[in-house]
Design a protein around this ligand. Structure first.
Ligand SMILES: Cc1cc2nc3c(=O)[nH]c(=O)nc-3n(C[C@H](O)[C@H](O)[C@H](O)COP(=O)(O)OP(=O)(O)OC[C@H]3O[C@@H](n4cnc5c(N)ncnc54)[C@H](O)[C@@H]3O)c2cc1C
Length: 561
């Protein structure tokens, strides 16, 4: 390619945000409202990027006038829901106290938070229990957040994938590196910053898709490949819960999130309900079986039974409501496909399945103020490993991270980050990739990515884990890491992919190390050599951090009050 990487003149800000998704934009807006000068480095275009690109329709939200003055029951439901389990309770409490404020912000900015009159709670619910998911119309949410950000003078650098946190001699974050892909050849862009917020979303393309080979057919945004986690680790931050894994459910072969929007009943081929929650379609509850009984799909398959979403008995009014919801939640492609195939919700059932071979359950470990364990570094949204509330989590902790980073930056000073050792080291590394001849003698990013997915799914996936599988799989992954050192690219786009696969291989390694440490079975961490859930490990999180000799695994207590 172009040879040595060219460098742009360094930019400067108080708060640098990596990722212009929901968490990133909410963080940027909150920081700017505190008076901070903010730059957002976004890999794609913030108007339509990330998991919320084409919309979402459920926002986990506590509203006292709806749920009662005591949030206790709400918190119980949240903990038992698909987002519960691995959340530190101080973060949960802060979330519950602040999430409605963010909903009100969105309402004021023009996101359709009460399209049918009042606050409306439907889906992901147990019959007879409190409903905690606020239904909303998020189709154009990213355009709205981008407008809010630009109105505040925030600089959004689209097509600038973030690659590295820059730390100073004391280990403090003093800026970041991203790649400027707006020109013919990639250029390195250093951004000096008093603080950095990581918000690059969830980790896709690490485990294999159900449609192997079609790597970008993933339930979440396929461009989110755990760079924030990898960069945080390299900068010395602590990651948490990478041993745990999870995967979603949805329309078979169409790997899209959004299962809770379907108003139907999980059924067998003869239309008989499979789960215990509903026997008739319910707009209010959905069918929780897909949320809490993920083994349903593999179990039924092992019995020779496909699983269907049966919407045949949905009323006309509720069918319209479901289609409205799916349109607002980025499922337009699926609906178009069903239409093209002559699908009739009254006559046909939609085949459903579990999603990828596994997903990473954890991420960056944050404090209640969204601080990482590295000074000046913050994280929010799907990037984090000790709190999960999906869209609402991105909004609420994005906002919290923005305020915390802006406050931290008030006392900080700008450092010439471009002179830190990591910048030279990275520039040399990038140049080596760019200078390499793009031929078959060296691997392409695609070959590396497919190999990583194969190994992650087969040796660290959610169906079975053991010491022997994990040890063998890690050995394979290490070999792939070695081969990845010779990866080549033909253009700027492929160059970005080359850097992505390095991050995927690193975070994959950390997942292997974390999974080896948890010598028990817990949820989808299915250790056949330790087949029971050890009560001694209740409320214990596996944490991992960079040590002198490589990854260092440890334990910490979950914060339970
Ligand atoms: C189809 C679908 C429907 C969903 N429905 C719901 C729902 O109804 N309710 C709910 O609560 N949750 C839902 N979710 C999940 C929800 O969308 C996510 O939890 C939420 O978007 C997380 O926000 P985030 O900002 O952390 O990540 P994202 O919104 O994914 O944003 C990450 C951003 O980082 C950018 N990025 C990635 N890597 C880099 C890099 N190296 N440098 C710079 N930028 C980078 C991406 O381009 C993206 O803009 C759904 C997800 C999908 C896919």
């Amino acid at each position: 390619m172009a040879g040595q990487i060219e460098r742009n003149v360094p930019l400067e800000c108080d708060v640098l945000v990596a990722g212009g998704g929901v968490a990133g934009l909410m963080a940027a807006i909150a920081a700017a409202d505190q008076g901070a000068k903010v730059i957002v480095a976004e890999k794609a275009n913030s108007k339509r990027s990330g998991c919320g690109a084409t919309g979402n329709d459920h926002f986990l939200c506590y509203i006292p006038e709806v749920h009662g003055e005591d949030p206790g029951e709400f918190i119980r439901e949240m903990n038992e829901s698909q987002v519960g389990g691995n959340n530190d309770m101080n973060l949960v409490r802060r979330y519950v106290a602040e999430c409605f404020e963010r909903v009100k912000d969105w309402d004021a900015w023009g996101v359709g938070m009460r399209e049918h009159g009042d606050w409306e709670f439907n889906g992901h619910a147990k019959p007879g229990h409190l409903r905690i998911w606020l239904k909303y119309a998020g189709k154009d949410q990213k355009i709205i957040f981008t407008k809010q950000a630009t109105a505040r003078g925030i600089t959004i650098l689209n097509h600038h994938p973030f690659t590295e946190v820059i730390t100073d001699g004391d280990g403090r974050a003093v800026g970041g590196i991203c790649i400027d892909l707006t020109q013919e050849y990639p250029r390195m862009q250093v951004i000096r910053a008093k603080s950095v917020i990581l918000a690059t979303g969830n980790a896709n393309r690490l485990f294999g898709s159900k449609t192997m080979g079609w790597m970008f057919n993933s339930a979440g945004c396929p461009s989110n490949v755990c760079t924030g986690r990898a960069a945080a680790y390299r900068a010395g931050a602590r990651l948490v819960n990478l041993d745990l894994t999870g995967n979603g459910a949805g329309c078979k072969y169409f790997n899209r999130g959004g299962k809770a929007t379907w108003i139907g009943v999980y059924s067998d081929m003869n239309g008989r309900p499979l789960g215990p929650f509903v026997t008739k379609p319910s707009k209010e509850y959905g069918d929780l079986a897909g949320d809490v009984w993920r083994e349903m799909f593999s179990l039924k398959r092992s019995q020779g039974e496909p699983v269907f979403m049966n919407c045949s008995e949905v009323s006309d009014e509720d069918l319209d409501y479901m289609l409205w919801g799916l349109t607002n939640e980025g499922n337009v492609g699926t609906l178009d496909h069903l239409k093209e195939e002559g699908f009739d919700f009254r006559k046909h059932m939609v085949e459903f399945d579990g999603k990828e071979g596994g997903g990473i359950g954890g991420g960056i470990d944050i404090s209640v103020d969204a601080e990482c364990t590295v000074l000046g570094l913050f994280a929010a949204g799907d990037e984090t490993g000790n709190f999960r509330a999906d869209m609402g989590g991105a909004a609420t902790f994005g906002h919290i991270a923005g305020i915390s980073a802006a406050k931290y930056s008030e006392a900080g000073r700008i450092v010439e980050a471009e002179h830190m050792a990591v910048v030279e080291e990275r520039a040399a590394h990038y140049s080596r990739i760019l200078e390499r001849k793009a031929d078959t003698a060296t691997p392409s990013w695609k070959e590396i990515n497919v190999a990583i997915q194969q190994v992650m799914t087969d040796y660290c996936g959610s169906d079975v884990r053991s010491e022997h599988l994990l040890t063998t799989g890690l050995r394979h992954l290490k070999r792939i890491q070695e081969k990845a050192k010779d990866v080549h690219c033909a253009d700027g786009h492929e160059f970005m992919r080359c850097l992505e696969v390095e991050d995927l291989a690193l975070v994959g390694e950390l997942a292997f190390c974390s999974a080896m440490e948890r010598k028990e079975t817990r949820g989808k961490h299915n250790r056949v050599d330790y087949p029971f859930t050890n009560p001694m490990l209740n409320n214990k999180f596996v944490v991992i951090q960079k040590g002198e000799e490589g990854p260092e695994v440890d334990w910490r207590d979950k914060i339970t009050n």
